[in-house]
Structures are given as C-alpha cells and as structure tokens.
Design a protein around this ligand. Sequence first.
Ligand code: GLV
Ligand code: GLV
Length: 320
Amino acid sequence: NRPKVYVTRRVPEIGLQILSPHCEISQWQSDDPVARHELLKNVSGKDALFCLLTDKIDKEVLEQAGPSLRVIGTMSVGYEHIDLEECKRRNISVGFTPDVLTNATAELTVALLLATSRRLKEGIQAVADGSWGTWKPSWLCGSGLDGSTVGIVGLGRIGLAVAKRLSPFGVSKFLYYGRTEKETAKDIGAEFVSFDSLLEKSDFVLGCCSLTEDNKELFNKTAFQKMKKTAVFINTSRGGLVNQTDLYAALSTGQIAAAGLDVTSPEPLPIDNPLLTLHNCVILPHIGSATEKARSAMSEVTAKNILSFLKGQDMPSKLI
Ligand code: GLV
Ligand code: GLV
C-alpha cells in the first residue's frame, strides 16, 4: 500500500518524478491555486501534502486531512501560511526549501536596488511614451549604489547573499538588525545596530527577514519617518512586514525617495491600489525565486523532504 500524497498545484516535473515510484499521487492540475473547498476535499485521508505558499494550511485543513497526514512539504522557504503549532500538536512534520532559492532571491533583491536607485521605471516609461526629449544633465539622476550604506533587516541566508552581491557595486558600509547577532556578519564586515539606528543611517533599507507575529508591519509610519529623505526601501520577504498605507504616505510626500517591493499584502495587489500610481515605487509579482533552476530545485527538495520522511529518514530541509 503506497502512501498517498496530495500535490496542490502543477509543479516542476522533478518533484513528481521523485515521488511517483513510491507514492500514489493526486494533484491539482492547474497553474492556479487550488480552491479552498477542493483542498479540503482532496487532503482527506492523505499521508503527505505537497503545498505552496498560496495554500493556507490551518487547523481546518489538518482536521479535514485526518490522522493519516504525517508530513507536509511546502515548496517555499517562507512558512507563515502553515499553522506550525497545530502541526506540532498533531505530530505532523514539516519540510521547506531554504538554500536552493537563496541566490535567485538575492539576485532579484539587487535588481530592485538598481531599478529604484537608478530610476529604471521612469526611464522605461519615458522611452515608451515619447516623453524622452533629449539627453539632459540632471534628468533621471538617482542615487546609485556606489558609496552607499545598506541596512539589512534579517541577516539570514538571503540577507547575507544580498550583501555579498552588493559589495562589488561599491557599497561602503553594511548595517544589520535582527533578533540575534550573526557570526556570518564578519564575512561582509556588517555592523549589528538597533532598528532605529539602521533606519537613520541607511541609504537602502532591506527587508530580508521572515514574517513573524512580532514583526508584522515593522515598517510603518514611525519607521519611515526615521529614514533619510533620500532612502530607498526594499522588501523581498513578505508583504506583511509593511504598513502599505504608511508606505504610500512616505513615498508620496517625499519622506523617503523610493521603494522596491517583490511582495505585497495582499497578492496580487488590487490594481486600484495607490502604490501602483507612484513613479518611485517598483512593484514585482513575487518573483524572487523565479529562475528555472531555483524553482526546479524547490520542487526537488519538497519531494525529497516528503519521501525521506515517509521512508523514516531525516528530511534534507526539516522545519519541524
Ligand atoms: C517565497 O516567497 C518562498 O517563501 O519560497
Ligand atoms: C554619456 O553617455 C557620456 O558620454 O558621458
């Protein structure tokens, strides 16, 4: 009797290839998220769940799955969509996919620093709509990265990889803030500072931490007020870190210079959201890990987490 796995989306083939010789797979055959009622129906009686960050895995889902469910693999590094306390209570193990998406996400973070500080959105628009008249000495001048101070909130795997990529651009100082001081900060010569100090001194403020109960809307009015008027705010972790009404106010009144967001709350952002009207706000559709290589590796690790657990082995990337 092969263990039953429910896969909540079409995912890169490698994950299915790993699971299929050993498991009975049922799958939501779409590129769009599974509807809640379908998830509830299909998870019932499964031994394992292969899910994505768009699936809310809460008590109701676990209840519906029943006692057969022993392992969840999420094809993501973030896990705030899963009720871990409830999983622990039910003795369900959870695997995730750190490391394999670090480089891709760090790369996109750098892209957002460049796009905002060199005003690419305005430039692209001006070329396309014909408002580009001629070369002008002070037109579309931005701050650039050379000689800047970069403040990283959350110097984890991704934060560190971002810093390593930024060094060659001539960043002169790295500051970081987080729950704990990190040994790895020495690799990049980053200085541990208070949150306020990071906000006050940084030319770029980067949200690279995972979202928790404690840091919801950490970037709010008070935080933006402490930042330099020339500062750029970047977020590639989770939209929940930001109070978007306050961010809009900060960007539209010149409290800060620009923002680059790969994540918002909600996702997608409704098209009438005022942030979308701003020339100094670059918003991307949560594509941090969107390289073929990273997404394929994420599918692979998710499948290996599930299969290892089912075989009674250690998961390659175990969360709980
Ligand atoms: C992406 O945001 C992830 O958590 O993998
Ligand atoms: C710019 O194109 C320059 O020639 O300085």
